[in-house]
Write a protein that binds this ligand. Structure first.
Ligand SMILES: C[S@@+](CC[C@H](N)C(=O)[O-])C[C@H]1O[C@@H](n2cnc3c(N)ncnc32)[C@H](O)[C@@H]1O
Length: 209
């Protein structure tokens, strides 16, 4: 957490650039390293509020893309296309409502963070549950070949989560981007290239006949 009275350069830079949160610099750094987002893509942003990731992703996908945010709290940014929002808890996601917005996504990102209790084990286990909910969403909604980014906390269950991400993605990387406070145990897992064949083309002869 920021210490009272100690200036935070990332917060000041975010404000000057018009972003609603300093979290944007973490996503920017990971995008620069892993080339996660491209123009025209459909992106699902889990735990999107107040919305600096929405702002950045919207700039990157451009007017032909879609950035759909999900959060229990509404974002503090203007939701003009390509930005869209669905209110909800990621642990009970309305998949049908998400699929109505887009049948599949090219990228799923999660900056989900639980309300902290101050009790280390409780916070770790809540954070793990949110990361698993994000992975479940990526399993169901991300296209083969798509990428995944999820915030996690260093803890004894992390190797198991890394293995779970590795079952779904061809590559798994750990990232502690600039902008993530050194004292914080947060880090991000990046799953690149979701495994699995793309769906076959429509074989219905009536459609091509
Ligand atoms: C660190 S903030 C995300 C910051 C965001 N990436 C940005 O750039 O502004 C974490 C968010 O996770 C959301 N969150 C926590 N638990 C959630 C849940 N079960 N379902 C949906 N959102 C949740 C919180 O409401 C909060 O807005």
């Amino acid at each position: 957490m920021p210490r009272p009275g100690v200036p935070d350069p990332y917060r000041r830079r975010a404000r000057e650039a018009g972003y609603v949160s300093r979290a944007v610099f973490k996503l920017k750094a990971m995008d620069a390293r892993f080339h996660l987002v491209r123009r025209g893509q459909r992106v699902l942003d889990l735990g999107c509020s107040p919305g600096s990731w929405l702002q950045y992703l919207g700039e990157r996908v451009g007017p032909q893309g879609l950035v759909l945010g999900v959060d229990v709290k509404p974002p503090a940014v203007s939701l003009k296309p390509p930005l869209d929002f669905l209110a909800g808890d990621v642990q009970s996601l309305d998949l049908a409502a998400l699929r109505e917005k887009a049948p599949s996504f090219d990228l799923v990102v999660s900056d989900l963070a639980p309300a902290t209790s101050g009790i280390r084990e409780v916070d770790e286990s809540r954070s793990l549950a949110l990361a698993r909910a994000a992975l479940a969403a990526a399993r169901q909604l991300l296209r083969p070949g798509g990428h995944f980014l999820v915030k996690v906390f260093e803890g004894p269950d992390l190797p198991q989560l890394v293995a779970e991400v590795g079952q779904v993605f061809a590559e798994v990387h750990r990232a502690k981007p600039a902008g993530s406070r050194a004292a914080s145990r947060e880090l991000y897992l990046v799953g690149l290239k979701k495994k699995g064949a793309p769906p076959p083309p429509d074989q219905n002869p009536g459609q091509h006949g």
